[in-house]
Design a protein around this ligand. Structure first.
Ligand SMILES: [Zn+2]
Length: 372
């Protein structure tokens, strides 16, 4: 099983200049290799493969010192990325779609490079990269297993990150004794079938408010002005902060979910998301929801636990006690069943239904603890 860890790294000025040069060289190589594929096909009818281009690269290195300055596996990975882009392109043509031809990368559009196997080492608070040196790294959690791959990335604020992908042995699955249904709340982040709702922390809501103010401020600035640039940077900074806060929080919540039950059941957004009304706020919420599922899946895999996604249509309308349909408007916060009299928070009622859907067809249905 693979796990990815993303850490901020703090290159000094000299190192940062070298990282920038590598990105620029990779971009140049990508574009050159793309042009080579295009020309070889159009002029000579030859379809270049990854192997062809890797062999050409080895030859070219002899008289192009700037190529030599980049660790060889990094440049091979650039060719592999291009190969992937072409394979995806042909696959889509084959299936009858009309995809765009792989594109040349403009300045600043090539943002990461990869050490696929070797050329990097993590020791304490230092990440050593071949041909660059030791860079300070902020490791907010321990890396488990053996690190296989290292990806270096620059974000739109100019911050640098290392994503380390490690491999750990699969954990045997535990016997399912407890089950938890999780529903995406309208006001809260999640509602659990245990009756618990989890809200976003206050600092997160405060930061969102700050973002709204910064965005309003940006919209008032004149296009092309220095003030607009400043306001834009401010918006980007706050957005990044919100994203970091949210990810940290989602890590805490997913940890809690995995600690609570052996089988965790979520709504499958790919099925039901289409049917819901879509606005921007909802879109952002869906994004957080997808991340929560992803974080929970990776933590569950490490603990030998199971995550199941179910088609959650009608789970907010249906009574979790008697099964009667109780139609509600979005504003109705309470589920009040006219058939059996059950009164419950609407999101909790939905999460109990989701839990039931996840249990369907499982042998231990009768033995799993109620509500859990
Ligand atoms: Zn009922």
């Amino acid at each position: 099983m693979k796990t990815a860890y993303k850490f901020r790294i703090y290159p000094n000025n000299q190192q940062e200049a070298m990282l920038d040069v590598i990105l620029e060289t990779c971009r140049h190589l990508y574009n050159t290799a793309l042009a080579d594929r295009k020309n070889s096909y159009e002029l000579d009818g030859i379809s270049r493969t990854y192997e062809d281009q890797a062999a050409i690269l080895t030859l070219e290195k002899k008289d192009k010192p700037y190529l030599k300055a980049v660790f060889s596996q990094i440049s091979q990975d650039v060719l592999r990325r291009l190969d992937k882009a072409f394979k995806a392109f042909f696959r889509r043509i084959k299936s009858g779609e009309d995809p765009g031809y792989p594109r040349f990368k403009g300045k600043g559009c090539y943002k990461s490079f990869t050490y696929p196997q070797v050329g990097f080492a993590l020791e304490g608070s230092k990440l050593t990269l071949s041909k660059i040196g030791s860079i300070r790294i902020f490791k907010h959690r321990e890396v488990e297993g053996k690190i296989k791959t290292c990806i270096i990335k620059r974000d739109h604020l100019g911050h640098w990150y290392a994503t380390l992908v490690s491999e750990v042995e699969d954990v045997p699955q535990v016997e399912v004794k407890t089950t938890l249904g999780v529903d995406v709340g309208i006001k809260s982040l999640v509602a659990l079938s245990t009756g618990v709702t989890i809200q976003y922390p206050r600092y997160y809501i405060r930061a969102e408010h700050k973002l709204a103010v910064a965005q309003r401020n940006l919209s008032r600035k004149k296009k092309g002005s220095a003030n607009r640039r400043k306001a834009k940077l401010e918006v980007a900074k706050i957005s990044q902060k919100i994203q970091d806060h949210r990810d940290n929080f989602l890590h805490l919540v997913s940890r809690e979910l995995v600690d609570t039950a052996d089988l965790i059941v979520f709504e499958n957004l790919n099925i039901s998301g289409m049917l819901k009304n879509h606005n921007l706020a909802k879109h952002i919420q869906d994004h957080a929801w997808g991340k929560l599922i992803q974080f929970t899946q990776s933590k569950a895999a490490k603990a030998g636990k199971i995550v199941e996604l179910v088609d959650a249509r009608y789970t907010s309308q249906k009574c979790s006690q008697c099964g009667a349909m109780v139609p509600k408007a979005l504003a109705d916060r309470v589920h009040l069943c006219t058939n059996c009299g059950l009164e419950m928070d609407r999101d909790i009622n939905a999460s109990v239904n989701i839990r039931t859907l996840g249990l369907r067809g499982r042998a231990y249905e009768g033995t799993a603890k109620a509500g859990l």
